[in-house]
Ligand binder design. Structure first.
Ligand SMILES: *[C@@H]1O[C@H](CO)[C@@H](O)[C@H](O)[C@H]1NC(C)=O
Ligand SMILES: *[C@@H]1O[C@H](CO)[C@@H](O)[C@H](O)[C@H]1NC(C)=O
Ligand SMILES: *[C@@H]1O[C@H](CO)[C@@H](O)[C@H](O)[C@H]1NC(C)=O
Ligand SMILES: *[C@@H]1O[C@H](CO)[C@@H](O)[C@H](O)[C@H]1NC(C)=O
Ligand SMILES: *[C@@H]1O[C@H](CO)[C@@H](O)[C@H](O)[C@H]1NC(C)=O
Ligand SMILES: *[C@@H]1O[C@H](CO)[C@@H](O)[C@H](O)[C@H]1NC(C)=O
Ligand SMILES: *[C@@H]1O[C@H](CO)[C@@H](O)[C@H](O)[C@H]1NC(C)=O
Ligand SMILES: *[C@@H]1O[C@H](CO)[C@@H](O)[C@H](O)[C@H]1NC(C)=O
Ligand SMILES: *[C@@H]1O[C@H](CO)[C@@H](O)[C@H](O)[C@H]1NC(C)=O
Ligand SMILES: *[C@@H]1O[C@H](CO)[C@@H](O)[C@H](O)[C@H]1NC(C)=O
Ligand SMILES: *[C@@H]1O[C@H](CO)[C@@H](O)[C@H](O)[C@H]1NC(C)=O
Length: 813
């Protein structure tokens, strides 16, 4: 090694430290950095944006976009590079300007007396926490940056309040993106009444994130990314606090409070090298604190979003009708609601009102809560504190009910005290509620009886698998029963033909309808293996998956028995001019969401991690309420044995729905299913088959057409003309779904979202990433698209298309 290189090393090593520890005798100058042990975080001096000022801070060391998570000298910027961080003689970590004595920042821990034996050390941990330890043994923490957060909530950091000392772990926004000085927004847990998380702007409540209901904050419709976050909420006499952790350590997620008062969990997406928000709050007008004034209810889904709670009327009617709702509502004609035959109205799906004035008793049940509220004349409403299970704990309001809003399909029940007249007005509706309940109960009894009867028809077989454990008893149907039920597989009962066999409708002797799938010879699988496989697949249970009732393995027949769904499959409605209007936008959205949930379950929630490989409209069945159920899942697993590798010799699937990496290279992964889902989503929105828009010049089909329109800003033109988009919310949802569809069909599998992100993106108003170039399996042969095929080295293609649900089965090469 040349001498001068050695010299360089010797010269530069001491000055540019990159260890994770700073001892009492060392100092950190501008240009030096502390790097945490695994290299996740770095601590040193930085210049935010174009500010020209220097600050001491902590940032993600592995992320190329400067992402500062903590700043020390927020109040006292440096105008040069003379800053020095060191431990002073009192054992405090201090930041000074150069050699001088100007103190810019200090940990300022006052200790009665500093033990002479003390030799403090500072260490930057891989959590992003900068810790000042009393001694080198690192047993006693004197100070840590996690206790003094700036605008970023990192995993493991505490958010809340120490009730004993009133010390608050809270966040303060930057002033602007290049100015870390404290801005006007703070995010903290307010412990008055029942604790709630609130974002304040200029000291006034701006967005009440709400109180903790056991699984989410009451002000967020959903906070259900249980696959991302693990959350701890503590509320006892010592402290109220909230911490979270990321379950999968390979994700990098943090929560940011930005200078406009917006809170967002941000996820670092390495592929696109940027932070992507998982959701955004506030994200609609009803989120702003007390948008409609006291005693009102804000519903973002209706035109005139403000209304008074039952029993209340606008306080200033003229202003109210001119949409100035700040005065809110007052009780109608000053009616007394005390001990005069009054009662409670249940108002569902609400963000419960401001709990800063609520009286709390966590030991009461909901019934006891009602009594307690009824007994006190000033109590105007009550609700459960905790939503888990049947609900527990009691919140009672005395005074104005501020800042409630309605969620669609989420939120809590609020029980509002109203006078006898108001109660009478609403009790009519109650009867209407009770009738369907009774009917449903009756139906339940009948179906129960049927189930019991059917059980008698089944021949249960208990056999042992190779390990000697009995099979979990998936009923084995007698072949004769099935032959009778389907009228000897009569062509009249044929429902369709899928990739793996023909499906027939059957009627059992008790009248129960079933769907019978008679598998073709395709699998070449031994009976034991087959049996094993279906028993595994039968364990997959989800409301959006078709339920398997049993099987039959007899006389060389392999038969699967499923529940029968009278509305058949999605394609029957979606692509039929006379039937498509049955599916309005709301229904289509629900269907898409149901499919996404079912697929997410297959991909990650079930232990088996099933890749469907042939998701398409005809494989989505609809029940009597038109809720979707995915069919044919797990079939690929049975049909093509080599499916456990990432590369398969046989391709199972349907052109048009198949991702290019799968169709061409046989490479498959959950992302191939995501591709199919994207195509399906675009079909649901447009009411057109993926094979539409094929012509001589472009073989890109629906996907290419949507992409082209998207590029021209005209993507809404693709929306099915039979859908009426009545309000802004539906239009927003459609455009969101179009974008999600395009994200799913992106060319690079790695760029496509996972199904859990899809579900999340569909359910939240968060900002979506921009899609990049989609992939289409180029195929001019229109007769092939829409057909299910199986090809492989020992197989060749025999196109055998007859109609939509026909298969081209393929044999030996
Ligand atoms: C930097 O700040 C110090 C103290 O406020 C001041 O004396 C000095 O003139 C400033 N230097 C520049 C270049 O602005
Ligand atoms: C500290 O002071 C000494 C002597 O005044 C000077 O040589 C040195 O450059 C100063 N260091 C810094 C960082 O200002
Ligand atoms: C240190 O804390 C004391 C009281 O706790 C306060 O008066 C003082 O201003 C603080 N000093 C700094 C440098 O923050
Ligand atoms: C809360 O504050 C008290 C009093 O200062 C202290 O003894 C206790 O350790 C603190 N609790 C937490 C969790 O920091
Ligand atoms: C924040 O405070 C500054 C200074 O008080 C003010 O100029 C600015 O308008 C405020 N910003 C917002 C968004 O209220
Ligand atoms: C939540 O609490 C459990 C049990 O006390 C603990 O093991 C876990 O580390 C905590 N998680 C976080 C994010 O603090
Ligand atoms: C964590 O996420 C990575 C990338 O998304 C994935 O490969 C890995 O299997 C996940 N690990 C767990 C335990 O879920
Ligand atoms: C703060 O977040 C909101 C929501 O994403 C965004 O619209 C806004 O531009 C952000 N503000 C800044 C200054 O980044
Ligand atoms: C992140 O992306 C970069 C380039 O885009 C790549 O070099 C790096 O390996 C990726 N890191 C991880 C952990 O995937
Ligand atoms: C009703 O509740 C309020 C608030 O908790 C309390 O101040 C008042 O004493 C109660 N009245 C009666 C009669 O219990
Ligand atoms: C409710 O809101 C009004 C006006 O926004 C305010 O004056 C009042 O103090 C609030 N009451 C409670 C209990 O928060």
């Amino acid at each position: 090694m040349p001498l001068f290189v050695l010299l360089l090393i010797v010269l530069f090593r001491p000055s540019s430290s990159s260890s994770d520890i700073l001892t009492a005798s060392q100092s950190l100058k501008d240009g030096d950095v502390l790097v945490s042990e695994e290299g996740k975080f770095a601590c040193g001096f930085f210049t935010p944006g174009n500010s020209g000022s220097r600050f001491l801070g902590i940032w993600y060391a592995e992320i190329p976009v400067q992402t500062v998570v903590w700043v020390a000298n927020r109040e006292n910027p440096l105008n040069d590079t003379s800053g020095v961080l060191s431990v002073d003689f009192q054992g405090n970590l201090v930041l000074r300007r150069g050699n001088g004595s100007t103190l810019l920042w200090s940990t300022n821990v006052s200790l009665p007396s500093v033990p002479s034996s003390s030799s403090p050390v500072v260490r930057l941990l891989d959590s992003g926490n900068l810790v000042l330890y009393e001694n080198a043994d690192e047993n006693f923490i004197r100070w840590q940056s996690f206790d003094y957060p700036t605008n970023i909530h990192l995993p493991y950091m505490k958010f809340g309040m120490n009730r004993t000392s009133s010390f608050s772990w809270s966040f303060t926004s930057w002033r602007s993106y290049d100015d870390p000085r404290p801005g006007n927004c703070t995010y903290k847990i307010d412990t008055a009444g029942y604790p709630q998380a609130v974002i304040y702007k200029d000291g006034r409540p701006y967005f009440r994130v709400g109180s903790w209901t056991g699984s989410r904050w009451s002000g967020l419709a959903k906070m259900d990314p249980s696959y991302i976050f693990q959350v701890n909420f503590t509320n006892n006499e010592d402290e109220v606090s909230f911490t979270f952790r990321i379950i999968n350590e390979s994700f990098t997620v943090m929560l940011e409070l930005n200078e406009t008062g917006t809170i967002q969990p941000l996820n670092w997406v390495n592929d696109s090298q940027r932070w992507v928000p998982l959701y955004t709050g506030p994200n609609n007008p009803c989120d702003y604190y007390n948008q409609c004034g006291p005693n009102s209810n804000c519903d973002p889904d209706v035109n005139n979003m403000c209304s008074c709670l039952p029993g209340f009327e606008p306080k200033s009617p003229t202003n109210w009708y001119l949409r100035d709702t700040t005065d809110g509502c007052i009780r109608k004609n000053g009616n007394s609601i005390c001990h005069s035959g009054e009662g409670f109205l249940k108002i569902p799906n609400l963000k419960t009102p401001d709990t800063s004035i609520a009286i709390v008793d966590l030991s009461l049940s909901l019934t006891e809560c009602e009594q307690a509220c009824l007994n006190n004349c000033s109590c105007v409403a009550y609700a459960s504190a905790n939503d888990i299970g049947a609900g527990s704990g009691c919140l009672m309001w005395h005074g104005d009910l501020n800042d409630s809003r309605k969620f669609s399909g989420a939120g809590q029940d609020l029980y509002l005290r109203v006078d006898a007249a108001e109660l009478g007005r609403h009790s009519k509706n109650k009867i209407q509620v009770i009738m369907p309940v009774l009917a449903a109960l009756l139906l339940l009894l009948v179906s129960f009886a049927l189930v019991i009867k059917r059980r008698r028809d089944l021949k249960h077989t208990k056999e042992l698998d190779r390990t000697g454990k009995p099979y979990s008893a998936l009923p084995c149907f007698d072949l004769n029963l099935i032959v009778t039920a389907t009228d000897n597989f009569s062509i009249v009962n044929r429902l369709g033909q899928g990739g793996f066999g023909t499906v027939y409708k059957g009627v059992m002797s008790d009248g129960t309808e079933i769907a019978v799938k008679r598998l073709s010879e395709l699998s070449g699988q031994g009976d034991a293996e087959f049996r094993n496989e279906i028993n595994l697949i039968a364990k997959l249970q989800h409301r959006n998956l078709v339920k398997m009732l049993g099987f039959c393995l007899q006389d060389n027949e392999k038969i699967l028995v499923y529940e029968y769904l009278p509305n058949r499959s999605l394609d029957i409605f979606l692509f039929d001019e006379s039937k498509k209007s049955v599916l309005d936008w709301r229904k289509r959205f629900d269907i898409a969401m149901g499919i996404a949930r079912g697929l997410m379950y297959l991909h990650q929630d079930s232990r088996l991690k099933i890749i469907h490989r042939d998701l398409k409209a005809s494989n989505i069945l609809l029940d009597e309420t038109m809720d979707p159920k995915i069919a044919d899942f797990g079939m690929a697993k049975m049909c093509c044995r080599d499916q456990n590798e990432g590369k398969t010799r046989r391709v199972v699937g349907t052109y048009g729905y198949m991702s290019p990496e799968y169709a061409m290279g046989g490479l498959f992964s959950v992302k191939s299913d995501v591709y199919s889902f994207g195509v399906l989503l675009l079909e649901i929105i447009s009411g057109r088959k993926v094979s539409s828009y094929y012509d001589k010049d472009s073989f890109t089909g629906l996907v290419g057409h949507v992409w082209k329109l998207w590029g021209e800003g005209r993507s809404m033109e693709i929306v099915d003309e039979s859908i009426e988009l009545k309000d802004a919310r539906s239009r927003e949802e459609v455009s969101r779904c179009l974008q999600i569809g395009l994200l799913c069909v992106q060319q690079l599998a790695t760029e496509r979202p996972t199904m859990s992100s899809v579900v999340f993106m569909m359910g939240n108003g968060l900002l979506l990433p921009l899609p990049s170039q989609p992939a289409y399996v180029l195929r001019g042969d229109d007769s092939m698209s829409g057909n299910n095929i199986c090809i492989g080295p020992d197989l060749y293609t025999i196109p055998a298309s007859v109609n939509e649900i026909t298969t081209s089965t393929v044999k030996g090469r």
